[in-house]
Ligand binder design. Structure first.
Ligand SMILES: Nc1nc2c([nH]c(=O)n2[C@H]2C[C@H](O)[C@@H](COP(=O)(O)OP(=O)(O)OP(=O)(O)O)O2)c(=O)[nH]1
Ligand SMILES: [Mg+2]
Length: 140
């Protein structure tokens, strides 16, 4: 058995929302300073629960974390990424704000940003693939 085997690492399946407003801006949030990837910016989302569809997961997480209603639309990308002590599968969907003003319930800060400004924020490593996919879509 290889000592580099990753089979013992925890694996999280995460529903991730790229939420658009009517000004073509995207909602990002800053993770709490403590804990895994503390202080980094992310697209809101969280772990899928047993029996839930990915769409249900994303809607629930966004309601719990930000107290807003969204519509979940097209799939953007699915990313499998291995961090030092954790493997994540990020299932990323385009979403649209339906109702409410985002509240900082489960995060430190919230920001609506233009796609071109995303690079000014520090995200977890796996997110560079999400941002690249967004750029590709917008260019085409
Ligand atoms: N929501 C979200 N998570 C991301 C992004 N990029 C990225 O690497 N992740 C990683 C960080 C975390 O390890 C994981 C998300 O898990 P989480 O800790 O927010 O989820 P959770 O609240 O459901 O987990 P838990 O504390 O209940 O175990 O995915 C992103 O853009 N958005
Ligand atoms: Mg979360």
């Amino acid at each position: 058995m290889s000592t580099t085997s990753s089979s013992c690492q925890p694996h999280k399946i995460i529903g991730v929302a790229v939420i658009w407003n009517q000004h073509q801006q995207i909602l990002i949030d800053r993770r709490l300073p403590q804990g895994v990837m503390g202080g980094l910016w992310e697209f809101p989302g969280g772990k899928i629960e047993p029996g839930e569809t990915i769409e249900e997961c994303i809607k629930r997480e966004i309601k719990e974390e930000l107290a807003i209603e969204i519509a979940v639309g097209e799939h953007l990308i699915t990313i499998d990424h291995t961090y030092t002590h954790l493997r994540v599968t990020l299932m990323v969907y385009h979403c649209r704000l339906i109702m409410g003003i985002p509240q900082t319930i489960g995060c430190d800060e919230i920001c609506w940003v233009d796609l071109d400004d995303l690079e000014k924020f520090t995200f977890p490593e796996a997110n560079s693939q999400i941002i690249a996919a967004l750029r590709r879509e917008v260019r085409n």
